[in-house]
Ligand binder design. Structure first.
Ligand code: AMP
Ligand code: MG
Length: 402
């Protein structure tokens, strides 16, 4: 049925162009799209001197051919060129692809929404909610924005369910290691022992009713780096919806938000980065493709920020229990669910927990994921197995049990 409608639409368009060309009458509403075609057709008729009837038959034949061609190329339905934009926020790239007339406006609104969020949740930005909370640690309760409270309560929920593997009060440790920063270093054992004792999610308290939060001890401090990029995807998708967009994709660092369907297709194809080639030569080759409908996904990987010292590799995902980078068989974890912030928080939590406990945590949230190991295995939760197509060589895909 769709094919028939599509065919008729293309045919109708071509016949209309033809009518315009043959009669010499310019129908205002066809002109913007058809001017070029119209001019060419007129010139050809003049140069060759072909009779008008032959010309009409020829054009009809061409119309049929074009309809078949466009149908074959376009897959299901019509494809359109999206509006694309790249900008920088949260210390990473924000890439947007938006279908529909409102693309440019919606992209600008999303950029604004992401920067508004960053101004609330970045500990580096003076006067942000998080900076004020860190500053007032051990003393006052602080009034914060609704968006901050809801992100903090999601963080606390996962902190509790992951038994502290995910800990939003990680800043004393993350700042000590300072991966990717000017003071990146291997701290002494004594320093790690001391700073580890300041990390405790149970010291973060929130009052959702009064939109307040507080940190119990003076040296507690928040770092929402493991949640922010996913939350930024939520903010962008909300901005698209408000702008009336119904098909778009946004990526902020390792997090992606998908709205609706891409034009002319019935799923999005999202490439998952091969964490080992990313590590070996900094290249961005694809591990495989996830074919997804509307939703969010985030990846945590050892290739994001790391350094080597005395032949030992240190990466930025820390185990709050030891104070050191997580040591397990994982190279990356990708989580898919219906909330951007949650996908980001869970990808970090699952990385720390490892494959088995991580998969159990995903099940608690109705989320799916894939765990990529350093020995080139891709363990995938059953909900995602059908959607994943492996592209990289030397990997083996294993579907996890329910
Ligand atoms: P992601 O790339 O989303 O996994 O986030 C990693 C970032 O989150 C790090 O650079 C730290 O700022 C922070 N982080 C590291 N380890 C943890 C952890 N166990 N819990 C919460 N945040 C963490
Ligand atoms: Mg994360």
């Amino acid at each position: 049925m769709r094919a028939v409608i599509y065919f008729c639409a293309v045919l109708h368009c071509w016949l209309s162009w033809l009518a315009v060309a043959a009669s010499g009458i310019h129908l205002g509403y066809y002109r913007p799209n058809c001017q070029g075609t119209e001019t060419i057709m007129k010139q050809q008729t003049k140069q060759t001197g072909i009779p008008r009837r032959t010309c009409i038959l020829l054009a009809l034949g061409l119309a049929v051919l074009a309809a078949i061609l466009v149908w074959a190329i376009g897959g299901v339905g019509q494809q359109e060129t999206p509006y694309t934009s790249t900008s920088v926020a949260m210390g990473t790239y924000v890439q947007q692809t938006i279908y529909g007339d409102q693309g440019e406006e919606a992209a600008a609104q999303a950029v604004q929404a992401i920067s508004g969020l960053e101004d609330k949740i970045s500990w580096r930005i003076e006067d942000s909610d998080v900076a004020r909370l860190n500053e007032a640690a051990g003393s006052d309760w602080i009034q914060v924005d609704e968006e901050t409270v809801s992100l903090l309560s999601l963080c606390l929920d996962v902190a509790e369910k992951s038994n502290g593997a995910f800990d939003p009060t990680i800043l004393p440790l993350s700042a000590l290691w300072d991966f990717g920063g000017d003071n990146q270093q291997l701290p002494s054992e004594e320093q790690i022992e001391e700073f580890r004792s300041y990390v405790n999610w149970q010291n973060l308290r929130i009052d959702t009713e009064n939109q307040e939060a507080s940190l119990k001890n003076r040296l507690n401090a928040l770092d929402l780096g493991a949640a922010g990029k996913g939350a930024a995807c939520d903010a962008a998708i909300d901005a698209y919806k408000q702008a009336g967009v119904n098909s778009a994709v946004v990526s902020v660092g390792g997090s992606v938000g998908l709205l609706g369907m891409p034009s002319g297709k019935n799923s999005w194809a999202v490439a998952v980065r091969d964490p080992l080639t990313a590590l070996e030569d900094g290249q961005s080759t694809s591990l495989g493709t996830l074919s997804l409908q509307e939703g969010y996904l985030s990846t945590s990987g050892i290739y994001e920020r790391y350094f080597e010292q005395d032949g030992v590799f240190y990466h930025h995902i820390l185990d709050p229990k030891t104070g050191y980078p997580v040591e397990n068989d994982l190279a990356s974890v990708t989580v898919v669910c219906q909330n951007g912030a949650l996908s980001d928080i869970l990808s970090t939590a699952c990385f720390v927990l490892g494959r088995e406990e991580g998969a159990a945590l995903l099940a608690e949230y109705g989320a799916s994921g894939l765990f990529v190991t350093k020995d080139r295995h891709v363990y995938i939760t059953p909900g995602l197995a059908e959607s994943f197509t492996l592209e990289a060589q030397d990997y083996t895909v294993v579907t996890l049990e329910e």
